[in-house]
Design a protein around this ligand. Structure first.
Ligand SMILES: [Zn+2]
Length: 106
């Protein structure tokens, strides 16, 4: 097997796996059909603030073409969100809800 065929095969396998994963997460819990989920509405149910420690990298340039990197830990304010998502199936009209959470800095 030549290297090109190996990469093409590997590429096809990876793409199919991604499509399958995407299809599976977008499947209906009732009729199990893939790519049938549609998001009708989303409602924020909670919003909390917290702190997380992140590692920042600072680069200092010394003017002679050299630079050094120092790392420091910093506490950042985070916002945690919880959403209730309302889904419906476009194949069998089944309705369901699922919770999702996300976070962002700030
Ligand atoms: Zn369905």
């Amino acid at each position: 097997m030549s290297i090109e065929i190996f990469f093409i095969t590997a590429g096809i396998v990876i793409v199919s796996a991604l499509v399958a994963m995407h299809g599976w997460t977008n499947s209906c819990p009732d009729c199990q059909k893939w790519f049938s989920r549609s998001l009708d509405d989303s409602e924020e149910i909670s919003r909390e603030n917290g702190y997380e420690t992140v590692t920042r990298k600072d680069q200092t340039s010394h003017g002679n073409g050299k630079s050094s990197t120092t790392t420091r830990k910093e506490q950042v304010r985070m916002t945690y969100l919880k959403h209730k998502n309302f889904y419906s199936c476009n194949k069998c009209n089944h309705n369901w809800t699922a919770l999702s959470s996300s976070k962002f800095e700030g």
